[in-house]
Design a protein around this ligand. Sequence first.
Ligand code: HEC
Length: 96
Amino acid sequence: MNKILFVAFTLLISSFVVNADGKATYTALGCAACHGATGKATIPIYPNLNGQNAAYTVKQLKDFQSGARKDPTMSAMANLTAGKEQAIADFLAAQK
Ligand code: HEC
């Protein structure tokens, strides 16, 4: 029983840490300038990212990096997220 609680607790804490890391990176890279602080864009030409499936967000960032998806702004921005795609995507997926 204690072991199960310990594992559950560890998973819960690590999910907060990952989210905090994703949020910090998202904010530090300036993503919020276009996509809003919680992924809800205030300027209509930018897509909302809040509540998006994390796997989809990770794929888009990797596609921008590889050139499979092209956009003058996002191709450059996505390169900055290398290694942090999942953390950013998890943060965005958890936003309302
Ligand atoms: C200068 C404005 C700007 C900034 C800064 C910016 N983006 Fe974007 N983002 C866009 C635009 C415009 C699109 C739509 C691109 C297109 O039409 O393909 C987009 C698309 C996306 C998408 C795909 C959304 C979808 O529904 O397919 C993701 C994910 C994304 N941005 C994440 C980020 C992240 C993470 C950052 C920070 C590293 C960031 N963006 C910074 C303007 C911006």
